[in-house]
Design a protein around this ligand. Sequence first.
Ligand code: NAP
Length: 267
Amino acid sequence: MEHKALGSTDMMIPEVGLGVWRYNGGVEPLRTGIELGAFLIDTAEIYGTEEVVGQAIAGLRDRVVLATKVSGNHLRSDEVRRAAEASLRRLNTDILDLYQVHWPNPGVPIQDTMRAMESLVDDGLVKHIGVSNFSLHQLQAAQASLRNAPIVANQVLYNLNRRGIEADLLPYCLEQHITIIAYTPLDDGRLATPAVFPHDWRMRAVEQVAAFSQKTPAQVALNWCTSHPNVVVIPKSNSPARIMENCQASGWRLSLEQLHYLNATFA
Ligand SMILES: NC(=O)c1ccc[n+]([C@@H]2O[C@H](COP(=O)([O-])OP(=O)(O)OC[C@H]3O[C@@H](n4cnc5c(N)ncnc54)[C@H](OP(=O)(O)O)[C@@H]3O)[C@@H](O)[C@H]2O)c1
């Protein structure tokens, strides 16, 4: 498993982590993932999976980078603090490695939210601050609202079929040393199962590259994301076998020619 620095910090994270939205696999698949080096676990207060993550990491807390999120409906400063404390309880831990604003809320001044996030860092409840679903403009406003702690990550939709961030957010984050945590990197499983789409010629390209590289389509789709130096992926699977497959998307690289081919096919 290859590692990347989380934003501008010295915290190293695996380029393939574990997402747990709609996860119902119990503790074993997550423990399999951690054993295989996918020790970045991403949950959220709204997912209903913080408890199972807490159970899965019991006894392994030091080996895990734990990321969760405050709902965009809880962004007033007292709400942020209450949400963080509730997440800590459900995760059965005393510190969050990465606390992310799940989505922006134009009804709450970003300065209030970011000040609350920073006070969690000051009080030792949170190590690093991230955001999610923030546009470039929203990210810049969040950055400008922080006094001491940087924004280390923006968690956004990114996969071969959904490349909107490439226009501005991706290059900006690279320049600013902000990690892109790519969510839905398998396009909700579609990119892992191209045979299900016999009439989609773009899926044939994924199959071709996979066959040529002796990798699976899921591994090609994930490796395409992580070919960007500041991108990590957090695929979700309930299955230990698929988690193993997804972890093996790291440790090798698609060639430049293959990247060009996929980029042109999915343009
Ligand atoms: N911040 C946000 O707003 C936001 C939004 C969406 C998602 N996320 C995060 O991103 C994570 C991943 O995104 P996602 O769950 O939307 O989509 P995803 O990871 O792209 O796809 C998940 C789907 O792919 C299947 N799958 C996984 N690995 C596979 C493989 N190797 N072969 C075939 N099928 C495979 C899973 O089924 P099985 O489980 O049956 O294997 C599941 O149905 C979430 O869990 C969450 O942590 C964040």
